[in-house]
Design a protein around this ligand. Structure first.
Ligand code: COA
Length: 120
């Protein structure tokens, strides 16, 4: 079986919310995700892609925030020649069960998108 989720995030809108509410970064993104995004020349697009990945994962799992924490879904970057991987913990890992999560990200023209597959 394959569970599928997709999401799109307006990069400027998320950046505006993060500016307005500085606690949002810690609420939504793990320390490693923040370090990755802030290490890039244009951090907002990377934050938006990760926000989309979390929303897409919630859709695939069939349950999301607040029952699943944002940080229970982590996009891990920096290996595999840039290919991101998904690591699920907490309630997200319970809902994942024995499936394998797969993610793909893109950002362009003011938006970021993510597609997530949970494959048995
Ligand atoms: C990987 C590549 C296709 C990204 O395309 P792009 O148009 O520059 O950027 P996009 O906005 O579409 O996608 C960016 C996302 O691609 C993902 N990505 C980067 N390298 C990747 C790779 N090797 N495989 C899969 N996904 C990758 C990342 O998640 C990145 O977002 P992030 O930095 O926020 O994590 C491009 O850099 C490329 O052609 N690289 C060289 C060839 C290559 O490694 N190809 C692998 C896929 S066939």
């Amino acid at each position: 079986m394959i569970r599928l989720g997709i999401d799109i995030v307006d990069i400027a809108r998320l950046a505006g919310r993060m500016d307005t509410w500085p606690k949002l970064a810690d609420r939504m993104f793990t320390r490693a995700e923040q370090e990755y995004c802030l290490s890039r020349p244009h951090p907002p697009q990377h934050f938006a892609a990760r926000a989309a990945a979390k929303e897409a994962t919630f859709k695939a799992l069939g349950e999301g925030w607040p029952l699943v924490s944002w940080t229970d879904v982590e996009v891990v970057s920096g290996a595999n020649r840039g290919r991101p991987t998904l690591v699920l913990t907490g309630r997200a890992a319970e809902l994942l069960g024995g499936s394998t999560p797969v993610v793909s990200l893109a950002h362009d023209a003011g938006v970021a998108i993510a597609e997530v597959l949970l494959v048995d």
